[in-house]
Design a protein around this ligand. Structure first.
Ligand code: ADP
Length: 473
């Protein structure tokens, strides 16, 4: 790990204890400027652009292999830094990251343009050979959050490298450790100098400098909608391209014909997985009124049985929230809900006073105008509401400024299809939730973002289309 130009460091904390875990470089505007210049030089003049697509793919594949070889080490670092259970990081975060890199390695040789028959009306006798090239967009700034630190880094780095871009990645200040270690593996693979630059630092300084930088061609951001809007403003300076993966307040619908043995644990996991610190968490639960009591009782029982503890304890199912700031934010939301008349069927309180632990919480007696129903809590808190008519349900489910994900639990195929089509959300899960795959695009409608991560959509978002028109007769 290098030093910041200023020599300053920032502390990262162990969220299970509140103690300092490590000190990392506090990069700021000067470090971002140096990194951008290195990425610019690597893109404009370095050997990177001269590699064949196959060579580029092999390097990305090699990074996947190295990550896989160090899977337990990465899971351990992630668990310590973010708080999530080690077993979850080992089973989900790291393998998904490895798989994404392999998927993107395969794309390098498949980024193709088209040949286009053109018929120019004002040159009727001429003949042309016209085609498109897909070229890398250039130097890319990437700013990521703390909820899936390694996975978010790879979601960003993978398609950028596949397309042939050079990049500057700024991890979240709360969770920089796996990105730093990934940087070492990137060096081990032997990517040419300046292709990947990782700068740790705060959002207001390093992140903002990256979004503002005139030599950056594109900024890709994952984080809060509030900061996403700041990124958009910052990008106007040189009109850099922008993709955003932002917040959510996703509806999760249990219909009257749902199989409750599946829907109850499914809906519980939709909100409690990763301690609710998922932008797509199923945080607004709508249950048909005929099944409401049964579903609420079931989810509350699941919540009560979840073992909340430090990530390194083998029995831990849920870890702490990531930071003191998130702890007070989540507690603030729960209190606001209770003041507005919601009732906690289970949970509602902090656990202990060491570390940032919160009880999995189920709120009922909520209505659509409450803060807890409208705003993203980013904690293990679900609001549950009964519904009667399907039309009214669709309106309520879509009554949000967000549109990231939605869940539907039903055994009725026709209803599943019609409801999936009616949801204004980038991902709809039916009889499952939080299912991710490198090939499946993920991103938001409305204020949940611009563009998609993963799938070929992500690769496209790191390319420009160039039309070449050649007169041949
Ligand atoms: P959260 O509120 O959940 O921490 P943020 O959206 O604030 O989420 O943070 C996500 C990422 O955005 C982090 O890497 C953070 O450092 C960065 N960030 C925060 N503020 C800014 C900003 N003004 N400009 C650019 N990046 C920022």
């Amino acid at each position: 790990m290098g030093k910041a130009i200023s020599g300053r460091t920032l502390q990262t904390f162990n969220p299970a204890t509140g103690e300092v875990l490590s000190n990392v470089a506090e990069g700021d505007q000067a470090d971002i400027d140096a990194a951008v210049k290195a990425a610019r030089a690597a893109f404009d003049h370095g050997p990177w652009r001269k590699l064949t697509a196959s060579e580029r793919g092999r390097m990305i594949w090699k990074l996947a292999d190295l990550l896989e070889q160090h899977a337990t080490e990465f899971a351990t670092l992630e668990s310590l830094d973010n708080g999530k259970p080690l077993a979850v990081a080992r089973a989900a975060d790291v393998p998904l990251a490895v798989d994404l890199l392999r998927y993107m390695a395969g794309w390098t040789t498949k980024i193709e343009g088209n040949t286009i028959p053109i018929s120019v009306p004002y040159t009727p006798d001429a003949r042309y050979h016209a085609f498109t090239l897909r070229e890398p967009v250039g130097v890319v700034g990437q700013v990521i959050p703390w909820n899936f630190p390694l996975l978010m880094a790879v979601w960003k780095i993978g398609p950028a490298l596949a397309a042939g871009c050079t990049l500057i990645l700024k991890p979240a200040e709360q969770t920089p450790l796996t990105a730093i270690r990934l940087g070492e593996l990137i060096q081990e693979v032997g990517f040419p100098e300046g292709v990947v630059n990782i700068v740790t630092g705060f959002g207001e300084t390093a992140g903002a400098a990256l979004a503002n930088h005139p030599l950056v061609d594109k900024i890709a951001f994952t984080g809060s909608t509030e900061v996403g809007k700041l990124i958009v403003h910052a990008a106007t300076g040189n009109l850099k391209k922008v993709t955003l993966e932002l917040g959510g307040k996703s509806p999760n619908v249990v219909m009257e014909d749902a199989d409750l043995d599946v829907a109850i644990p499914g809906a519980a996991s939709a909100i409690f997985f990763n301690h609710g610190q998922c932008c797509c968490a199923g945080s607004r639960l709508y249950v048909h009124k005929s099944r409401f009591d049964q579903v609420i009782e079931g989810i509350s029982n699941v919540a009560k049985e979840i073992y909340v503890g430090p990530g390194w304890e083998p029995g831990t199912q849920l870890g702490p929230l990531v930071s003191e700031e998130q702890l007070s934010r989540v507690k603030g939301y729960i209190d606001a809900g209770l003041v507005e008349g919601a009732c906690a069927v289970t949970g509602g309180k902090q656990i202990g006073n060491k570390g940032y632990f919160v009880e999995p919480t189920v709120l009922i007696n909520t209505h659509k105008n409450m803060k807890v129903v409208r705003e993203e809590i980013f904690g293990p808190v679900v609001t549950a509401m009964p519904y009667t008519e399907l039309d009214e349900l669709v309106d309520q489910a879509n009554d949000s400024s967000y549109g990231l994900a939605a869940g539907i639990w039903t055994n009725n195929l026709a209803k599943a299809h019609s409801l999936a089509a009616a949801m204004r959300a980038g991902t709809v899960w039916v009889n499952c939730y939080n299912i991710f795959d490198a090939a499946l695009p993920f991103g938001g409608y409305k204020e949940s973002g611009w563009g998609r991560e993963m799938g070929h959509n992500a690769v496209d978002a790191y390319t420009e289309t160039k039309s070449v028109c050649m007169k041949v007769a």
